[in-house]
Design a protein around this ligand. Structure first.
Ligand SMILES: [Cu+2]
Length: 114
């Protein structure tokens, strides 16, 4: 009886081992995929200013399609880099702008009346 008991303990350790290792291997694979989506892209757009937040250095633009970064027309908020890009802007003004995106992060890097 003692031999049989030892065999059962060994068998249960072997069965649990792979279950612990499995999820770890999957997680490292996903991290690699996410990293690939973070490549920075740049493009040029034209749109109308719908909101300006100088304190947060943010501007909201209703813009047309920007194929270079894969965007359809939409209204969205950008960080202004540098914040002085917002100086002299008016609500309702049409502007041409340069955009830089990285993952979900989007910033305007140049902005001029259009
Ligand atoms: Cu957009």
């Amino acid at each position: 009886m003692k031999v049989l008991h030892t065999v059962l303990i060994v068998a249960s350790i072997v069965a649990v081992g792979p279950a612990l290792a499995g999820p770890m291997a999957d997680m490292s694979g996903m991290a690699g995929m996410d990293h690939g989506k973070q490549t920075a892209k740049t493009g040029k757009g034209v749109g109308v200013i719908t909101a300006i937040d100088p304190k947060a250095a943010k501007v909201t633009i209703k813009h047309g399609p920007i194929p270079a970064v894969g965007w359809p027309a939409m209204t969205m908020t950008f960080r202004a880099t540098p914040p002085t890009l917002l100086n002299g802007l008016r609500l309702g003004q049409t502007v041409a702008f340069d955009v830089r995106t990285q993952g979900m992060d989007a910033e305007v890097t140049a902005l001029r009346p259009h």
